[in-house]
Design a protein around this ligand. Structure first.
Ligand SMILES: [Zn+2]
Length: 80
């Protein structure tokens, strides 16, 4: 693994932990491989107009999948 790949991986893991934006159209997009519609593992109740979900990437070759890292997503209710 090159230094650049290492940095990209660390960044993707960081984003997965911090949370990506949840889209009603495409669900959560994996910050590592860019695959959308990540499989939902758990959905939390709405809280202060935001809702958190945890996902697993659908791409079996994705590093986040092989490392067993969940992707957090944040949905914001913009109508309110
Ligand atoms: Zn992925």
């Amino acid at each position: 693994m090159t230094q650049t790949q290492r940095n990209e991986l660390l960044r993707a893991v960081e984003v997965a932990r911090a949370g990506v934006e949840y889209s009603v159209q495409t669900g959560a997009t994996c910050p590592c491989c860019g695959q959308s519609y990540a499989r939902v593992v758990s959905t939390l109740p709405w809280e202060d107009n935001t809702r958190l979900r945890y996902h697993r990437c659908r791409n079996r070759d994705c590093v986040l999948t092989t490392m067993g890292i969940n992707i957090k997503s944040v949905q914001v209710d913009r109508d309110k």
